[in-house]
Design a protein around this ligand. Structure first.
Ligand code: INI
Length: 160
């Protein structure tokens, strides 16, 4: 008799925020935008059951500094996820490329090296209008999306 094929084990994270501890690292540069991302992020976390006393909000000067603060938080060992929020807007010089490349690389590295879900919620856009659209208007709120990714990953890594 042929052996019945083993069913795949499927792992999925759920958006369960109850009991979770989450850190947000936000860049002050373009604060007009990043404040909206932080608000959208916190609102989404709280609406999914994260208690506001279990959210740490860390402000850094700009996106470039986000990975350093995220790494300190990850090494502290008491957060289930770190959400990185910032806004990098292209200018007339290559500065944008340096800041956006090092920010995304640094954030990815923190997640991979520490295993703590480290979420990329940094806007990298050509214009201020594109940033506004993604900070709580017609294209949604990148901070809120990042909150959901954090909750999903926090739950998933506990199961793996
Ligand atoms: N930081 C940002 O978060 N967004 C930007 O658009 C930006 N630009 O364009 O310069 C920016 N620069 C500052 C950078 O992140 C650092 O804070 C600074 O270089 C000090 O290390």
């Amino acid at each position: 008799m042929a052996a019945s094929p083993r069913r795949p084990r499927v792992y999925r994270g759920h958006f369960a925020g109850d009991g979770r501890r989450v850190a947000i690292v936000a860049g002050r540069f373009n604060e007009f935008i990043t404040l909206r991302l932080v608000e959208g992020c916190m609102d989404m976390l709280v609406r999914h059951g994260v208690s506001s006393e279990r959210i740490d909000l860390v402000w850094v000067p700009g996106a470039f500094e986000i990975p350093t603060a995220a790494r300190h938080l990850a090494r502290r060992g008491d957060v289930d996820a770190i959400i990185c929020l910032g806004c990098v807007i292209r200018g007339d010089t290559p500065h944008f490329e340096h800041v956006s490349r090092e920010t995304s690389r640094g954030i990815a590295e923190v997640g991979r090296r520490t295993g703590v879900p480290t979420i990329f919620g940094v806007l990298t856009v050509d214009t201020i209008e594109q940033a506004i659209e993604r900070a709580g208007s017609k294209m949604g709120n990148r901070g809120a999306e990042a909150a959901l990714a954090a909750l999903e990953m926090a739950d998933l890594v506990r199961k793996l």
